[in-house]
Every structure is written in structure tokens, then in C-alpha cells.
Design a protein around this ligand. Structure first.
Ligand SMILES: Cc1ncc(COP(=O)(O)O)c(C=O)c1O
Length: 372
């Protein structure tokens, strides 16, 4: 669609499809006249937020007339201490995606080449497209990052490689061995984003390459309070990297993110190991339950090291049909059309009752009603 302002808008923006978020609960309630709607579409925490974080937020409410500490010293200090880094190695922002946006703004321009996977977090690709850069998208292999094929794509123009481990939306990981072999092939001049938004669900795996155990100066690790800590609505994420890289991110970041309450919530959540433990246990038992049910229904699914599971149906049409019928029953899941996996759905692990309702509804939709 062109408008009288078309001359203002670069072509790449005119054609850019924005990131499509999961459908909000209130919208589905309104559209379908439903009282109860269960959202299993955005990998949020079904337990809510850490009670310690909520208490800290209550206490901090009196300070909201003040701007936050622009350097977020307390939150960064605690993160630095936990990972035995200097605060200069730590950045915080409006969600890990806020920091990803800073990385893209700071380092990408013109004819830079970027490598990512076809079948990983779309938010990153959308950010590249806002700079007029179309990333090279390497196919996944068996629903996993194919790091060798990604390394094959490196050229003298390659500026940045995006890795997501565990991967959203497949829930798979690449291993330490695979990561070591990959990094041996990446020149130091190439920046690697290691997106570990689901780190807390995978850290028990001995073969998981926890990026904080490595010291690659060209890697920026991104993590978030949105998933395991249950603070998605506060928009707090953090990144670790070499101070020579991190200091440039401060130049392009908006000065006062995250907001006062987000910073306080993050600090308190880091101290709530009990809540984190409960979240991870609930997720693992929820995954086991979902696998059992999906197997009984004969549905192909991918074993996950995150808080969601990818389910493959027979076709794009069946996915759309199932998505729609689940919505009508008050269940929001995520079709993976935008992720180039149009025959797949992603289901976030919910509370046990939510998982049961979802599996029951899925069974009903698949057995009673065939796709048109
Ligand atoms: C892999 C991945 N990275 C980043 C994000 C963004 O998270 P945040 O809420 O920290 O911006 C998400 C959110 O779904 C994600 O799945």
C-alpha cells in the first residue's frame, strides 16, 4: 500500500512485516465472548511472577515520579557479581529484544551480511529488516541449528551471526562440541549474538554450552527476566559482552530503560531461587505430560529444553483450523507461519490444569472435526 508519504518511507520499510506477537487474552475474550481464556502462545510463566519481585515493586511504587537510574547500577552490579564480571560488561534494557535492537542499531548498516537460521526467533530478523538488511537464513537440520552450514556462509562481509540456544520455536539446543567447532570457524571480527532467553530451562544439561563459561570476546550473550522469572510485562532483559562492545550499545540505547519498577523487579527476582526452581520443575513435569499426550494422539513433536513444545500437524490448513478451533474454546497457541514452519504449532507449558485442558481440546478438535 502506498500513501502520500511514500517518499518518506524507505522501500524496505514499506514491505516490512512487523513481528507478530501471540494473541492477547483480552482480545480473544472479546472476540469470542469467553470468560476464561488460557494463553499458551508466548512462552510466559504460568506461575505468574516471583512473589519477591512483586513485593519489591509494591515498595518501589512511591518512586515512580522519579526517572530510573540511567546506568541501572544496582541491577547491573548484581548481575556482574553473580557472573564474576565487571559492570562494564553488563547492559540491561527493555527486554532482551530491546538490547538486540541496540546491537542491530549500533553495529549493522549498509551492505553488512548477517547470518541466522530459518526457523528461529523472528524478532531478530525483523530488526535486521528495519535496517534494510535481509539476513541469510540457514535451514535447521532436524529442528536444530546447523552450525556447520551457518559457518559455511561466512564471507568477508559477514558482520553478525545470531544463534538462539535453546532455540525458539523448536526447543532444541546445540551442544558444547558443536559450539566449539563453530566458534573455531568464526573470525574474531564477526559478532555472535547468543540469545539464551530460555537458558534457565536448559542449564541442567551437561552438554548445554552455557555461554558464560566461555570467554569469546566477539560473543554477546542475551538473557531475560521475561520467561523463567515471569516478568515479561516489565520488559527487563540483560546482556553480557566485552566492554569494548557494550560501551557502544549505551550510545544507542534510550537512556531510561528499563523503567524503575522493572529494575527493582529484576533485582528481587534474581534473589528468588525458590521461585525459579518451582518454575523449572513445573516446566519439566509439564513437558513430560505434554509428550505423553501428544504421543497418544500420534502427533509428531520435538523434545524441548525450553518451556514450550513444537507440534507438527499434517498441513498449514490443519494448523490454521486447529488454531481457530482452539481459540473458540478459549485456548491460545501459536501457529508458526511467520517462522517458515506453517505446518507446526508451538504450545507453551502451562499449569497442569491448563495443559490438560489444552490436550483435551486438541484431541477433540483433531478427532471430531476434520479440516475443511
Ligand atoms: C529467543 C527469544 N529471544 C528474545 C525474546 C524476547 O524476550 P524479551 O521479553 O526479553 O524481550 C524472546 C521472546 O519470546 C525469545 O523467544
Amino acid at each position: 500500500m502506498t500513501s502520500r508519504f511514500s517518499a518518506l518511507v524507505p522501500d524496505f520499510l514499506e514491505t516490512l512485516v512487523p513481528y507478530q506477537a501471540g494473541k492477547p487474552i483480552a482480545e480473544v475474550q472479546r472476540e469470542y465472548g469467553l470468560e476464561r481464556v488460557i494463553k499458551l502462545a508466548s512462552n510466559e510463566n504460568p506461575l505468574g511472577a516471583s512473589p519477591l519481585a512483586l513485593a519489591a515493586v509494591q515498595e518501589a511504587l512511591s518512586q515512580v515520579s522519579r526517572y530510573p537510574d540511567a546506568a541501572a547500577r544496582d541491577l547491573r552490579g548484581i548481575l556482574a557479581q553473580r557472573y564474576r564480571l565487571s559492570t562494564e560488561n553488563v547492559i540491561v534494557g527493555n527486554g532482551s529484544e530491546g538490547i538486540m535492537a541496540c546491537i542491530v542499531r549500533a553495529f549493522l548498516h549498509g551492505a553488512d551480511e548477517v547470518i541466522t537460521a530459518r526457523g528461529t526467533f523472528m524478532g531478530f530478523t525483523v530488526l535486521c529488516r528495519t535496517r534494510g538488511i535481509e539476513p541469510i537464513m540457514v535451514a535447521l537440520k532436524d529442528y536444530r541449528f546447523d552450525l556447520e552450514a551457518m559457518a559455511d556462509q561466512i564471507t568477508p562481509r559477514t558482520k553478525l551471526i545470531y544463534l538462539c540456544n535453546p532455540n525458539n520455536p523448536t526447543g532444541t539446543i546445540f551442544t558444547r562440541d558443536e559450539f566449539d567447532r563453530f566458534m573455531a570457524r568464526v573470525p574474531e571480527r564477526v559478532l555472535v549474538i547468543l540469545d539464551e532467553a530460555y537458558y534457565e530451562f536448559a542449564s541442567h544439561r551437561l552438554d548445554f554450552p552455557d555461554s558464560m563459561d566461555y570467554r569469546h570476546d566477539n560473543v554477546i550473550t542475551l538473557r531475560t527476566f521475561s520467561k523463567a522469572y515471569g516478568l515479561a510485562g516489565f520488559r527487563v532483559g540483560y546482556g553480557f559482552g566485552h566492554d569494548h562492545l557494550i560501551r557502544h550499545l549505551w550510545k544507542v540505547k534510550l537512556p531510561f530503560e528499563p523503567a524503575v519498577l522493572g529494575q527493582r523487579a529484576g533485582i528481587a527476582a534474581l534473589g528468588d531461587s525458590e521461585f525459579l526452581k518451582r518454575t523449572v520443575e513445573l516446566t519439566h513435569s509439564g513437558l513430560d505430560y505434554l509428550y505423553g499426550e501428544l504421543e497418544r494422539m500420534g502427533l509428531f513433536h520435538v523434545r524441548s529444553v525450553a518451556n514450550f513444545v513444537l507440534v507438527r500437524l499434517s498441513s498449514r490448513e490443519e494448523v490454521q483450523h486447529v488454531f481457530q478451533k482452539l481459540l473458540e474454546r478459549g485456548l491460545i497457541v501459536r501457529p508458526l507461519t511467520q517462522y517458515s514452519m506453517a505446518d507446526c504449532l508451538r504450545i507453551t507449558v502451562g499449569l497442569p490444569e491448563e495443559n490438560e485442558l489444552c490436550m483435551r481440546a486438541l484431541r477433540q478438535v483433531l478427532t471430531n472435526e476434520k479440516a475443511p
